[in-house]
Design a protein around this ligand. Sequence first.
Ligand code: PMP
Length: 464
Amino acid sequence: MSENKSAEMYQVWQQDKDHYIHPWTDFSTFKETGSIVVEDSDNVHITDGDGNQYLDGIGGLWCVNIGYAREEMAQAIAEQIMKVPYYSCFGHHTTVPAAKLAAKIAELAPGNLNHVFYGCGGSVANDTAVRIIHFYFNQLGKKSKKKIISRIDGYHGSTYMAMSITGVKFDHIGFDIDEQLVHHISCPNPYRRPESQSIEDFCDEKVQELENKILELGPDNVAAFFAEPIMGAGGVIVPPKGYHKRTLDVCRKYGVLYVSDEVVTAFGRLGHMFASKDEFDIVPDIITCAKGLTSGYLPLGATILSDDIYEVISKPQAEGALFTHGFTYSGHPVSCAAGLKNIEIMERENLCGHVQEIGSYFEEQLKTLMDLPIVGDVRGKKFMVCVENVANKESKELIDPEAQVGNRIADHCQKRGLIVRPLAHMNILSPPLTLSKDNVDFLVSTLRESIVETMKDLKQDGYL
Ligand code: PMP
């Protein structure tokens, strides 16, 4: 924080530094610099405690889909609080928003995914999927079917199980994960495939790898395959065409359930309510979602099950077992009211249509950055994009990780009024879906300027 902050903001900054353990934080730098206090927001902008305004190129954390500070959201939330601020949905009670939102999600979700279990976010939605899958196979008498397969660089959350399913190796350093239950196959990142390999051969190889892994572990031991439609936190990786359909076929062949982690992609980010069907033409067995479900206004996640799975878990249980899974805040009425209002706004304003249009322009404009000497790849779809920086565009060799190129670019952007997310040598963009064409122009020109400045710094510091 700068010298001109108000006394109150200075106190907040100090309290935060002294007492708040931030998630996903490099404490060594945090202890020196503290935080930027986000004090105000409006549509696509946030304002810090010094009064500086930024275009939020990352939508909070891929989640503020309808934009910041919507009055009608505040009203819907306040009205629900004054009616029923909380009631437990354990057993045979419900609330109006929990029931209405479940029906709305079922209407929007593809195929026969008609049954919704609520939690408080994406990690819990994935943990819930694992518990339900295990329960499901137990009920079918297939008790050995327990193992989960996921991908290197997939991200599925930060609870113990969700982090075990996550395949971002960096995130596992210093922590333990469940290596008995979870098995990773390689990442279908076309940019990093061998130069001589065609995209079709690359896809064949990745699909075959899943089949081989199922056979190696034994189909009777494999319960589910977890995959994001586009891998987000692993670097916005769009798999080759046909990959999802073909991996789903492999799963079906061996009775392995396909879980599509749509925590980032659902509710508009790719211009669809759900990307599995509309972007990738698959109907998975389970979809997990969170983030865009309430646009981050309140915590809420959902695990959406097919009729077939619901049928099995809701039958009279063997050995007198009950479906003993749930949280105090499962189906929290205020979060569900926020979810309903959020979807109402998205539909009324045709935000998916807006993303189709402006998202295409955004992709196009970002691709123009490819003329910069360190920009090796610009990839992603619509409002989920990544810029990958390299030392050599031919060999795709990386810049020394010590240079922290993603951080440097993000810092330059921030000085110019733009927030982008650094991820090692990459920068990620996932703006609110209300982004205008003018916002896109500002974002892309600011990012260009920041990359150019970063190249100068890197040269000066001997990294280029
Ligand atoms: N899955 C994916 C694909 C995610 O990107 C995230 C969060 N970024 C999660 C799961 C975890 O969600 P949460 O942080 O809400 O627990």
